[in-house]
Design a protein around this ligand. Sequence first.
Ligand SMILES: [Zn+2]
Ligand SMILES: [Zn+2]
Length: 102
Amino acid sequence: MLELRPTCEHCNKRLPAESLEARICSYECTFCQTCVDTLLANVCPNCGGGFVPRPIRPSRSWKGDNFLGKDPASAILRHRVVDPAAHARFSAPIRDIPPEKR
Ligand SMILES: [Zn+2]
Ligand SMILES: [Zn+2]
């Protein structure tokens, strides 16, 4: 199950469970859309993978108590600012490879 982390790991922007701006990699490294599209160039600084929009967990119990009321979003902050120069070096050989071929 996704943790649904509360903020962008880089800029600390709030990304509540219903946010349409949240982006995650396969390890659930979590960033805002702006950071993914600009600073990160769709390369996760932790694993090199690409990002996808984070799914929205339902706020109501439509079926079997699978909803935020029973499985709430994480409140644990993970704030690790990305160094732009270091990320440029790291991402240079990766950014032009489509995520499905990395
Ligand atoms: Zn951000
Ligand atoms: Zn990652």
